[in-house]
Design a protein around this ligand. Structure first.
Ligand SMILES: C[S@@+](CC[C@H](N)C(=O)[O-])C[C@H]1O[C@@H](n2cnc3c(N)ncnc32)[C@H](O)[C@@H]1O
Length: 204
């Protein structure tokens, strides 16, 4: 077996949740941007959510319509196990976002460290097509990538680095940049990775 699904299942099968470079105990920056953009009933999706605890925090705060999509069923199983019976309050989807047809439109689209793995133009275009069809006008789109001075690979894969401006240019006109932040993420082994967070409002 090969391909991204195999790669990511293998990563999650071999490494403990707290041993991956992107591990965060609390997804604080993401949570702040999501909660600033959503009401309790807003449909929220975490793209490539993996084993992130963002979903736990959203449920704790009473958000009632939360979905998590990931290419790795092993990653999603980790998150479901951690949540226990609360997992039934979440819509889980195992899918490759570049081949996924959103079943509905979301009011918040969150992605931390997924889009930057798409280094082929066709894959980026497919992601953006899903983003366009999966967001309602007025939706918030929160995307965190490695910053221009961040690492050029992650988990053995090359990444495309962005600033909020270069990401805005890549996403195109319907996505209007409304906020941004830089974050120096500390890996479990103490190194620093610079992330760029960009928040967009979906225009008509
Ligand atoms: C670096 S991890 C970040 C996980 C999570 N967003 C976080 O911040 O903890 C990248 C995640 O994206 C998922 N992923 C990678 N490529 C994907 C794709 N094409 N479609 C959906 N998920 C993907 C991986 O399985 C992994 O969970």
């Amino acid at each position: 077996m090969s391909g991204p699904r195999h790669h990511w299942n293998d990563v999650y099968a071999k490494k403990a949740t707290k041993a991956v470079s992107w591990y965060q105990r609390h997804a604080s920056r993401s949570l702040a941007f999501v909660t600033a953009s959503a009401g309790w009933a807003t449909p929220i999706i975490d793209i490539g959510g993996g084993a992130s605890t963002l979903v736990d925090s959203l449920l704790e705060r009473g958000f009632a319509d939360v979905s998590v999509l990931d290419i790795s069923e092993v990653a999603l199983a980790r998150a479901k196990d951690r949540l226990g019976e609360k997992a039934s309050r979440v819509t889980w989807m195992t899918a490759d976002v570049t081949r996924w047809h959103p079943p509905r439109q979301y009011g918040v689209w969150h992605d931390r460290a997924v889009f930057h793995f798409l280094t082929e133009i066709d894959d980026q275009d497919a992601y953006i097509a899903a983003l366009r069809s999966g967001t309602a006008v007025g939706a918030a789109v929160i995307i965190a990538t490695f910053a221009l001075d961040g690492p050029d690979q992650c988990s053995g894969l090359p990444v495309q680095r962005y600033s909020s401006q270069t990401l805005a240019a890549r996403l195109g006109a319907p996505f209007v940049l409304t906020d941004q932040a830089q974050e120096a993420h500390t890996t479990p082994w103490g190194t620093t990775q610079n992330f760029s967070y960009a928040v967009f409002r979906r225009a008509p």
